[in-house]
Design a protein around this ligand. Structure first.
Ligand code: ZN
Length: 300
């Protein structure tokens, strides 16, 4: 459903961008060939590696372009939504966010990502909304919805979700999705993003890429991205001093909610059961990595 909507959107943008230009066919074909060639070059030059997991990704949308947009989108979201009036819960979200972001920041500075660390503007807010959702935009802009707090249940559960969402931003999953969309559509999305970042279309692309509008924001990405965020998130939460077992318990509670879940092979997301197993199996490795990174930072 979401994929269909995204295709529809990007197709529309693509058609719109190219239909309004009254080129003759031959000239249009020539331009298409040049654009295709440039995109191949761009893709070759845009292969990056996700720190810690070492996964190769495609990302040619630079932070310098995305971060100012993320900060503006975040401020806009906060203006249009109500912050929780529960001061205690709000402070808990901010405290846990600060602890995990400090661990991520220290990791970046110890691993030649100082420029990136400097560009982050960490912020943590709790909005009054019963949707079971949380997300982190590029540059460290986090929102928790009150609806996800029962699943989190305690500070370690909040840290598990916080670590997971921050990991999506850290690994630049949204930019990777945008890059894939751009590559697939020969620049239609890039044109839209570059020229009309206040338009409704750009806002929708943004929301799709970052899961802002989705029910169950934690299930918004592909299996690969979810698994990677689960693993990175667990490393970050341990670095910040939280109990990784609670990441498993969050998904046990999620599975106990019931509701119909599609079989995993039909879904782009890992099933709750496979997620519980992956997280459980990863606790020793995440603990080893967290200890290593914390020691590395102390040595500096
Ligand atoms: Zn996720």
């Amino acid at each position: 459903m979401k994929r269909a909507r995204q295709n529809f959107l990007t197709k529309n943008l693509f058609n719109r961008e190219f239909n309004v230009i009254p080129f003759k066919n031959s000239k249009l074909n020539h331009i298409k060939r040049i654009v295709s060639f440039l995109i191949v070059i761009l893709i070759a030059a845009s292969c990056k590696t996700v720190p810690i997991t070492g996964r190769k990704t495609l990302n040619f949308i630079p932070d310098s372009q995305v971060l100012p947009m993320a900060f503006a989108q975040y401020d806009g979201f906060l203006r249009e939504n109500s912050l929780s009036k529960d001061a205690v819960k709000t402070q808990q979200i901010k405290d846990i966010g600060n602890r995990i972001s400090k661990a991520v920041d220290r990791f970046m500075r110890a691993n030649e990502m100082t420029e990136e660390a400097n560009s982050y503007r960490w912020e943590f807010n709790l909005v009054e909304d019963e949707t079971m959702n949380a997300w982190c935009m590029p540059g460290g802009k986090v929102v928790f919805y009150t609806g996800i707090l029962p699943i989190c249940a305690n500070k370690d559960g909040i840290a598990a979700v916080m670590g997971h969402e921050i990991a999506h931003a850290f690994a630049k999953h949204g930019q990777e999705r945008m890059s894939q969309g751009v590559a697939a559509q020969l620049g239609g999305m890039a044109v839209a993003l570059g020229t009309a970042n206040k338009s409704e279309e750009a806002r929708q692309i943004w929301n799709i890429a970052y899961g802002v509008g989705s029910q169950l924001g934690m299930l918004k990405y592909s299996r690969v991205h979810e698994n990677e965020a689960d693993k990175l998130g667990m490393v970050f939460m341990i670095m910040a001093g939280y109990q990784p077992r609670e990441a498993v318990n969050v998904w046990i509670r999620m599975s106990q909610l019931g509701g119909s879940q599609p079989p995993e092979f039909l879904s782009t997301h890992p099933s709750n059961q496979s997620r519980i197993k992956t997280l459980t199996d990863y606790i020793p490795e995440a603990t080893r990595l967290a200890k290593k990174f914390n020691a590395q930072m102390l040595a500096q």
